[in-house]
Design a protein around this ligand. Structure first.
Ligand SMILES: [Zn+2]
Length: 262
């Protein structure tokens, strides 16, 4: 791994007691190409928002700006879509998987539990979060993993690479994982996806009422969600642990952008 950078690939302006939310995508640069952690909202999502994302998604007031897509931002960094060889997902929700459609040669990695849930569930809640066009676009290039035997920070995970490890963190969805990234400059980072939605959650404080309601409504298993938030709070309190952040907190995102190697 050469370096790690952070992109916001989807702003949401819905008022949830704070500034606009982001969709935090991590770009890992290797000698041979790029790996993305999550993929945000894609170009087709911006162009065909109602069909790709669903009408209900508009309630979150997404910016839907092509400039925010990972493919555009990677282009501005001097790379092409073909340079992205791998996309490691925290989970397959629409705001994390949408951008994968823009990287047609990339292998998509997710847990086998998440892959199966997204592919087989037909209930109304699943149709809102797992979007058929997104799943179709990655169907033949998704790799599901299920062996979690690698120790990291006192958790057991699945090593996808020396410097990337997926740690199961169910609750928001059944196969949700946090993705650990060994940044050569800053040490271990932990992209916790939607395991929490506000930085206060990992300090043991309340996330605030509106965020808490959103977390509860979106959770596949509320008990697991809160249990994993406590595990993350314990990890955050430990000295020498990874820098932990979630997908949508704008303050955590800004801090990581400020500390990245430009
Ligand atoms: Zn999300």
């Amino acid at each position: 791994m050469r370096r790690v950078r952070h992109l916001n690939c989807g702003t949401f302006r819905a008022r949830l007691g704070g500034p606009a939310l982001v969709s935090h995508v991590v770009v890992c640069e290797f000698e041979h190409g790029l790996a993305l952690i999550d993929s945000g909202i894609g170009a087709d999502d911006v162009a065909h928002a109602n069909s790709r994302l669903g009408v209900g998604f508009r309630l979150l007031l997404p910016a839907l700006d092509t400039v925010e897509t990972a493919v555009e931002q990677i282009g501005a960094m001097g790379f092409s879509a073909a340079d992205v060889t791998d996309i490691v997902l925290t989970h397959m929700d629409l705001d994390h998987l949408g951008g994968a459609s823009d990287f047609t040669s990339a292998t998509v990695h997710t847990s086998a539990a998440e892959q199966s849930s997204a592919a087989t569930r037909t209930d109304a809640a699943a149709k809102v979060r797992y979007r058929a066009p997104h799943l179709r676009a990655v169907k033949n290039r998704t790799s599901g993993y299920s062996d979690f035997t690698d120790e990291l920070f006192g958790f057991t995970g699945h090593r996808l690479h020396d410097s990337i490890c997926a740690i199961p963190m169910p609750g928001h969805t059944v196969g949700h994982c946090a993705i650990a990234i060994d940044d050569p400059q800053r040490g271990w980072l932990l992209h916790a996806g939607d395991a929490f939605h506000h930085r206060r959650a990992i300090t043991g404080q309340s996330s605030g009422r509106s965020i808490s309601i959103v977390e509860t409504v979106l959770a596949d298993d509320r008990r697991e969600l809160r249990l994993n938030q406590r595990r993350l709070a314990d990890l955050a309190a430990r000295s020498g642990g990874p820098q932990i952040f979630c997908a949508h907190d704008p303050v955590q995102f800004a801090a990581l952008v400020a500390s990245q190697v430009q």
